[in-house]
Every structure is written in C-alpha cells, then in structure tokens.
Design a protein around this ligand. Sequence first.
Ligand SMILES: Nc1nc2c(ncn2[C@@H]2O[C@H](COP(=O)(O)OP(=O)(O)O)[C@@H](O)[C@H]2O)c(=O)[nH]1
Ligand SMILES: [Mg+2]
Length: 306
Amino acid sequence: MLDGDKRALSRLMTYVDNRHEDLISIMSDVVDHAKGAWRIGVTGPPGSGKSTLVDKLIGIYRSEGLKVGVVAIDPSSPFTGGAVLGDRIRMMDHGGDDGVFIRSLGSRGSHGGLSRATRDVVLLMDAFGFDVILIETVGVGQTELDIMAVADTTVVVLVPESGDTIQTMKAGLMEIADVFVVNKADREGADRIYAELASLSQLFSHVQIPVFKTEAIHKKGIEELVLELKKLKTKKSSKHFKNLLVEETLDVFLSELATHVTQELSTKGKFKKQYTALTAKHKNPYRCAHDLIKFFLRRLHGKTNH
Ligand SMILES: Nc1nc2c(ncn2[C@@H]2O[C@H](COP(=O)(O)OP(=O)(O)O)[C@@H](O)[C@H]2O)c(=O)[nH]1
Ligand SMILES: [Mg+2]
C-alpha cells in the first residue's frame, strides 16, 4: 500500500471492516507513515446536498493538483448499499480519476465502532498519500460528533428548511461546526436561515462561525467556501495526532479488550467455565456480571503478579 498500490489499500480497508486480528499491528506501522492530510468533515441532514458539495470540492481540489480521499458514512445503513451506494455513483464523475479514492462505510454496530473504523480508513488514506480527505456523514447528532472528532475542520450543511433542526440543536450545532453552509440557496428562506445561524453563533460560540450560502448543484459559492477552509487550515493545528495519543489509545485499548474478552468467553477456558457456572447459579444479570468482573480481575492480577 505504501508503494501506491490501490488494491492493497482496498484490501487493508477490508481488514478494517472485518476487524482483522492483525489490524492493530498494521495500523501501528501505518500511523508512522501518515503525513497529516487535511481532514474535512461534511455533515448535515439527509438530502441537504452534502454529496453534491463533496463532489464539487473534489473537483476544485483536483484542479489544484491535490489527491483526494473520500469517506462516505451512513450510520443508518445496515449494508454498504442504499444511500451510500447512491453517493458512490454520484461521485463517479471522478471514477476514472486516479487521484480520487472513495470508500463507503455502513453501520458498525455501535457508535464507537463506526468512529474507529472511520479513523482507521482515514489514516490508511493519509499514509497512502492523499492530501485532502473528505468525510461525509449523514445527520447531526451524537454519532456525527464522534465521527467529526476525526476531522480537522467540520462543515455543517443546512438548507432553507432546516429551521427546526437549528432550533433543537442550537449549542450542539455550534459545538460541531467550524463553518456553516446554507445550501440550496436558490430556494426561499435561505437569507432567514443565514441570519439565524449568524446570530446563534454570536450567542453560543466564543468565535464567530462563518456562514456561507451555496448552490452546490450549480457550483455557486463553493470557491468562497474553499477559500475559508484554507484560512481555517492555516489557523488550526492538526488535531488528529493529539486525538490519536489520548482518545485513540483509550479507544483502541477498550475495543481490543472487548475483543479479547469476547474471545475468551467463546473458547473453552476457565473464563467460559466461570461464566457458564455463574449464569447457571443466579438469574440476576447484574450479580453475574459483577462476579464475572471480580473473577476476571483476580485472574488478571494473578497473571501479572507471577
Ligand atoms: N435546488 C437545489 N438542489 C440541490 C442543491 N444541491 C444539491 N441539490 C439536490 O439535492 C438532492 C440531495 O443532494 P445530495 O447531495 O444527495 O444530499 P445529501 O443526502 O446531503 O448527500 C439532490 O437531488 C441534489 O441534486 C442546490 O444547491 N439547490
Ligand atoms: Mg450523501
């Protein structure tokens, strides 16, 4: 993969999908080759025009000679199909372009699982040599917050009809967004939403969050957005390496631990025996879990002490 083999890159992404047993050691080598690609998150309600916007951003970054990776995430999609596949087809404009690589991610069971898969895929793209990585994810909520922790800069895309979303999210939106985009500005109500976002930003954020009106489908307002993103790039330090050390360590540790414990429970060791005995003994899941943890910790201490 590090020699520029895209098939190898795809294969490693499949390892991420399957949580391959060698993944942790592979990622540990890969991280040393990451060059610090610019990670731009694009989030917002379904149908707001994220994919259309991403498509235009790809075009602009490619015209500047930058290599672009795209991760399209739809946490609500149980399969890597549906909406995500639709996005893939739409971005096919760039299908024959060697400097563009698009990867879709569907549901990964839990929130943590999906954000970790996203982080790993982004890291692979970074090490492969993409300069800009666009991360598109549906919705505005907790999952997106987790996923957006991967991005250096996050663009929240809203439309003239997003009044309710803005009212319910308020502070939450301010927390996620580095830039607001009011897309579909060709529709009525764009100015009102624009003003609402600008005043909310004054209320809830210590920095004024820039707001842009775009018509992604007509490629209007995109150049201005790209200029702003460049400004933010120079202002902000890449946060993902910091994240890697602190949050990632805990994240990787806990998910590896969960994998190992699950394995222990399914193989015929002492742990499995204890588990079976406990669940046969009491009917109370809290007591079972409590006793099981005690047993596990005792074994752990026993092993490290001797
Ligand atoms: N009127 C209008 N429609 C747009 C604009 N941008 C995107 N669309 C359309 O909105 C629909 C949803 O766009 P899409 O990019 O798939 O949204 P996503 O679900 O957020 O990725 C598509 O039919 C687009 O052609 C725009 O600026 N104006
Ligand atoms: Mg989309």
